[in-house]
Design a protein around this ligand. Sequence first.
Ligand code: EPU
Length: 345
Amino acid sequence: MQIRENISLRQYNTFGIDVRARYFSAFAGIDTLAAWMEKNPKVKRVILGGGSNILFTKNVDGIVLKNEIVGIDEIKEDDTYVYVRAGAGENWHRFVQYCIQRNWAGLENLSLIPGSVGAAPMQNIGAYGVELQEVFNSLSAYHLHDKKVHNFTAGDCAFGYRESVFKKQYKDQFIILNVTFRLRKHPVFHTSYGAIREELEKMQVGELSIQAIAQAVINIRSSKLPDPAVIGNAGSFFKNPEIPQKQFEVLQKTYPAIPHYPARQYAVSGSDDQGFIKLAAGWLIEQCGWKGFRRGDAGVHVNQSLVLVNYGKATGKEIYNLSGDVLHSVHKKFGILLEREVNIV
Ligand code: EPU
């Protein structure tokens, strides 16, 4: 394992924040990494995948470990499903395309999401009506304390809206090594999301296919969301809030056009999740006048207020402070406290 010193992290996070790591190393397997950690138990560690859901607000006085475990293997199949295992360091979108080319269905709605395979279950990535948990079969992860590899089923991961055990009770405890997906040999199409239907119509698709859906998603994302290679960002900065039905009804009287959706049920029915309404944080932020706002090189994206951007030289603190201002103004106007989706380091 090659350890480099005093490395800029700019190219390792999609926000393009120029902080430095005291030590930096990539790892392609767990053995050498485990041996290194055994020898250096006191060094602070930050595990990095594609760096697409992280905001660095200061230098890392420890080691940044970049997961570069690769490999895609078909491990078994039956009449309905194919089970595919991918290394956590694989690029997410390249993996999605690999599967689409082989007509393995289920990932098409999740096309073009920045990041790595290993980061996908961490926050149960989701887009255009599909979440990772619907195609997830299992994963293996190395536990930093007991130094063993553990297997997790979907139940073990306790997926929620942009949530899993790896963001909550097991935060910073596991390194995800690989993820196994259960993909369909015969597709079930997810086109209920309005924007997808509109885009498919625009594309004048004759026969629906996973390839067409992937293309529709790619078109929508490219038109709405900034490309991190061009403008630094980490996708949605906040989660869409879920509020009690009663609170929603009061708001709707003042703002009849407020976009809203039934909140997804993660818990078993009968839980106190019932009676919640999900709102579009982007809409709330836009209503507070932030859309297109810029302060120095930190900004709120011109097409999607849920996305904070770095036009070049913004620091992580400047982005973080802007997120705080956005949060306060939404709270003041609507009485709703937004929650950050991006990991702050
Ligand atoms: N809207 C506004 N103004 C804005 C932004 C949005 O009025 O500035 C309105 C839209 O017009 C629409 C509604 O808000 O009525 C929802 O907007 P959109 O369809 O763009 O989706 P979103 O709720 O803002 C979520 C995910 C995205 C995902 C899209 C599509 C979260 C936090 N974000 O965004 O995920 O791509 O839905 O499914 O749930 C991400 O997690 O990084 C991410 C990009």
